[in-house]
Design a protein around this ligand. Structure first.
Ligand code: R5P
Length: 297
């Protein structure tokens, strides 16, 4: 099979470079900018003829990325790519999986339809699967999911002495149970209720049986930070040791990373979304998922 060409969109160059060796791929070049009227300009500089192409673009703040992404896919095909896949370490819109109020868009569905219409395959890291059992429920193209749990537990083992893994809500149990098992640590899952985008309540945890363990809060996404902040507040109120917060995808709306820093919380994320808190590398896991998907398309 000929070498795959990785086409990183802006901000994804470092992650794409880390995939070159494990995928035995070549790094292609894309030029992207805006015209004075705000429309997107895109140019694929590299020769693509007959090769498999993977556009690399994490989808935090997706609305500003989706058009360049689709232009890249369409242009790659016009330039002769054999198949065009998408490596999106963070997959957006997965949390809009239900109509909570009459008339609301269940955005995950049209978003999945748009991506499926333009790409031949998709690789991502721990998508937010809450009310969907798998990506196949909404994506009509082959997909592979890389799980960050092993990389997160390896980081915890090396950096946190005597941890207890804490999931902030029931959805997090899937990640927390796996991380705890691989880190050889106990875990508990808290009860969370959400009244609005930034209005979150987390109920008391029973950590009495592990008084000398450091709580490590593990969640898939930090967005407004409300979940982590409330969980930290609750843990402090019961006299737990200072917690560490670990997230797969650090979106950090409204600079909440700085707020967490100000209140003395150590926050660690994976490089699925580039950020100064990235201490956990998931590129090898993404490369492995990409190798698995190629023969199927
Ligand atoms: C929700 O179910 C997710 O697992 C996260 O807990 C949530 O997305 C975090 O969002 P925020 O940082 O806005 O509380």
């Amino acid at each position: 099979m000929s070498n795959m060409i990785l086409l990183p969109l802006a901000g994804n160059e470092t992650f794409a470079t880390s995939l070159v060796e494990p995928l035995d791929a070549r790094l292609g070049q894309v030029e992207a900018r805006h015209f004075p009227d705000g429309e997107s300009y895109l140019r694929i500089v590299s020769e693509l003829g007959g090769r498999d192409v993977a556009v690399v673009c994490t989808l935090a703040r997706p609305d500003e990325k989706i058009l360049p992404l689709l232009f890249a896919a369409a242009t790659a095909r016009e330039l002769g790519a054999r198949k065009v896949g998408l490596i999106a370490p963070y997959l957006a819109y997965m949390r809009q999986d239900r109509r909570f109020k009459p008339g609301e868009a269940i955005s995950s569905r049209p978003f999945a339809a748009i991506v499926s219409a333009h790409f031949d395959w998709l690789v991502t890291v721990d998508p937010h699967l809450h009310r969907y059992g798998s990506l196949a429920e909404i994506y009509s193209i082959p997909t592979r999911v890389a799980h960050a749990a092993s990389a997160i537990s390896a980081w915890i083992k090396l950096n946190v002495e005597s941890p207890v893994i804490v999931g902030p809500d029931r959805e997090s149990e899937q990640w927390v149970a796996e991380v705890a098992s691989e880190a050889g640590a106990p875990f508990i899952v808290l009860e969370k209720s959400r009244a609005g985008d930034r209005d979150v309540t987390v109920r008391t945890a029973d950590l009495a049986q592990w008084p000398m363990r450091t709580p490590v809060l593990v969640d898939d996404i930090v967005s407004s930070g409300g979940t982590m902040i409330e969980a930290v507040r609750m843990l402090r109120s019961i006299g737990a040791l200072p917690p560490v917060c670990v997230a797969v995808h650090g979106l950090f709306a409204d600079q909440v990373d700085r707020k967490l820093e100000r209140i003395g919380v150590r926050v660690v994320t994976t490089n699925a979304v580039p950020h100064w808190t990235n201490l956990i590398d998931v590129s090898e896991l993404v490369a492995a998922a990409t190798i698995q998907i190629r023969p199927t398309v």
